[in-house]
Design a binder for this molecule. Structure first.
Ligand SMILES: Cc1cc2nc3c(=O)[nH]c(=O)nc-3n(C[C@H](O)[C@H](O)[C@H](O)COP(=O)(O)OP(=O)(O)OC[C@H]3O[C@@H](n4cnc5c(N)ncnc54)[C@H](O)[C@@H]3O)c2cc1C
Length: 382
């Protein structure tokens, strides 16, 4: 069976790799850009808010749980296949709470997560100061610590997924743009995709083109761009303790440790303007995030700003993120897009969902592990 994936961001790359493990498939991965991972993925911070997410049931939690489990095997698999280390930060996520925070819901979450096999620690002010002396919260505070959640470079992850997929026989083509799908291109022998390099015959299509997915599937999907801006900075000394460099998060602002005293700080969550005049400018948005970061980590004040960037998160309108469903009116086309703030986190689970769907498409020659195909609610993340 021929499967074509449109879009090589982290989601398309994860799908390509997962499908490369199914024997009997001929998988092609296309991207309009000359290199993969240049869309939202290239802007992401890679903070994987899994166990610490407040999603507790239904599809939203099942997808997170599926990703958490798959990441455990995926990272060593990719490191082995590519011979490269992915530099995952396994020191966990520290979610700071202001002095007025109600910790009761967190205690309930802690108990639930414990029953699910995940640890969450509730830190009082003293414990927080001990582990993260760089944090200063006005009038004190506390924190939720999630040691099993981690952070990964989205770009390195995407590249590794693609390298591994290629090694396992996936045909990856970059600089090849697909045109919008056309229902008249479906025949009994498959579907013809029109691309910038001519027509491509395929049996199944997976649309993972991020924000561009709605233009490829007119009227079937509505995605809103939600801008995120972030900064990379360098400080003279590591923030806090040398031996403990977790991701810090407060009021939706993350401080992500990198190597050599560098940190990412972000990201803004900028919804499109209903009235242009009523919104802050891009510079004001970024300044707000920076001021929040400095307010809880004053040592950042003297940081050298190395670069700043922005990206657009694909947020579905009228349905929950992410969108993983067949495209109505097209046999053999699946949407796997609209991951909004959690595309890196949810890429492995999405890939497994897609694999299950591909296996359910009824080709007796296909072999691979199967599971349930799930649909429904979501959202908070990067
Ligand atoms: C600032 C910022 C911070 C974020 N932080 C996090 C975080 O910490 N954790 C997290 O989990 N998520 C985070 N996200 C969200 C995450 O980046 C997205 O959910 C995710 O990258 C979406 O991946 P994707 O593969 O669906 O889309 P994209 O990465 O946008 O990839 C789509 C690809 O499709 C290609 N394409 C488009 N049109 C065509 C066409 N016609 N033909 C062929 N190819 C095409 C594009 O070139 C692109 O490579 C963040 C996002 C931003 C902007």
């Amino acid at each position: 069976m021929r499967v074509t994936i449109i879009g090589a961001g982290v989601v398309g790359a994860a799908i390509a790799y997962e499908l490369s493990l199914v024997s009997g498939l001929q998988t092609t991965l296309l991207d309009a850009a000359p290199q993969p991972g240049q869309g939202a993925t290239g802007a992401a911070l890679g903070v994987l808010m899994g166990a610490i997410s407040r999603k507790t049931k239904g599809r939203a939690w099942r997808l997170r749980q599926r990703s958490l489990e798959r990441f455990e095997t995926l990272i060593p698999e990719l490191e082995l296949l590519t011979g490269q280390t992915l530099g995952v930060n396994r020191q966990g996520i520290v979610l700071l709470q202001g002095p007025e925070a109600d910790l009761e819901p967190w205690r309930r979450l802690q108990a639930l997560r414990q029953s699910q096999g995940y640890r969450l620690d509730l830190w009082d002010q003293f414990t927080l100061e001990h582990h993260c002396p760089q944090v200063v919260l006005d009038k004190g505070g506390s924190a939720i610590y999630s040691p099993q959640d981690c952070q990964i470079s989205p770009t390195l992850l995407t590249q590794a997924l693609i390298t591994a997929a290629q090694r396992q026989g996936v045909d990856c083509r970059f600089g090849v743009a697909c045109q919008p799908l056309d229902p008249s291109a479906i025949t009994t022998s498959g579907l013809t995709l029109m691309t910038s390099q001519g027509p491509l015959e395929t049996d199944l299509v997976i649309v993972t083109a991020g924000l561009a997915s709605s233009a490829l599937t007119p009227q079937a999907l509505s995605l809103q761009p939600v801008i995120g801006q972030a900064l990379e900075v360098r400080v003279a000394h590591p923030l806090g303790r040398d031996d403990f460099q977790p991701v810090l998060s407060y009021q939706d602002v993350h401080i992500v440790p990198l190597t050599q005293n560098r940190y990412w700080v972000g990201a803004t969550v900028e919804f499109p303007a209903e009235e242009a005049a009523s919104l802050p400018t891009a510079a004001q948005w970024l300044e707000q995030v920076w001021q929040t970061a400095v307010s809880f980590c004053p040592a950042l004040e003297t940081a050298e700003i190395l670069r700043q960037w922005s990206g657009q998160r694909p947020r579905p309108l009228g349905e929950s993120a992410p969108v993983i469903r067949p495209l109505p009116g097209y046999a053999g086309v699946l949407l796997a897009t609209g991951h909004y703030r959690n595309g890196v986190l949810l890429a492995p689970a999405t890939a497994l969902e897609v694999r299950d769907w591909v296996l359910s498409q009824g080709n007796p020659g296909l072999e691979g592990p199967s599971g349930g195909f799930i649909q429904d609610a979501s959202e908070v993340g990067g």
